[in-house]
Design a protein around this ligand. Structure first.
Ligand SMILES: O=C(O)CCC(=O)C(=O)O
Length: 198
């Protein structure tokens, strides 16, 4: 039986106007094959400039979508999603009743790879975007903090096959990150489906 969305293990953390929905093992048995398919894709590395100095982004990434997308200072042309990602997108759209037209994929090669505090608040994502995030491979921490004073925080351990959805004013009032966890030797893949207006 395919697990229903948020059916068995549902955790909803609601803050005024910002909501996180978490579904453990949402992908079910599909997770293993999807991980293998994702690892076979042509992952890219990128650079960021901080205080005038160029650094390698500490993870690999891929972009698929119907629109162009600027990531790490580089314009990515529209690029059709492989069929196996279109299938995941369709399932998300059905279950969440939200349209997605793109996916940003991250490959954390091991616990040294990470993403720092940020919000997905690019203009192209529109007001209050719904971001559906799927995890594969190694379990990693996913932290959130409120932008005002960073006092309110929340932490999830995201594991193979899990789905976490950020919606409402999450991107306006909250930041998220995947911190370094140096003991982790296994890769983790993250897929964040979104609607990009460009
Ligand atoms: O890897 C994750 O769970 C989060 C990725 C992320 O924050 C992003 O791509 O903006």
């Amino acid at each position: 039986m395919t697990p229903g969305l948020f059916e068995s293990e549902k955790l909803d953390y609601s803050w005024p106007n910002a909501e996180i929905q978490y579904s453990a093992g949402w992908l079910g048995k599909r997770a293993d094959d999807l991980q293998t398919q994702m690892l076979g894709l042509p992952w890219q590395s990128g650079q960021i400039t901080v205080y005038g100095k160029s650094h390698l982004i500490p993870r690999l990434y891929l972009w698929y979508g119907d629109t162009p997308y600027t990531y790490s200072g580089k314009l990515h042309e529209p690029c059709a999603m492989p069929k196996f990602l279109l299938n995941i997108k369709d399932r998300l759209q059905d279950e969440l009743q939200v349209a997605f037209n793109s996916v940003l994929c991250n490959l954390y090669r091991d616990g040294n790879d990470c993403v720092g505090w940020h919000s997905d608040n690019e203009k192209e994502l529109g007001k209050n975007p719904v971001i559906a995030s799927i995890s594969l491979g190694a379990t990693r921490k996913f932290r959130l903090r409120h932008t005002s004073g960073h006092v309110q925080t929340r932490e999830f351990e995201l594991s193979h096959g899990d789905l976490l959805v950020m919606k409402g004013e999450c991107q306006k009032y909250w930041q998220h990150c995947v911190p370094r966890q140096r003991g982790i030797r296994q890769p983790r893949i993250n897929l964040t489906f979104r609607f990009n207006y460009f």
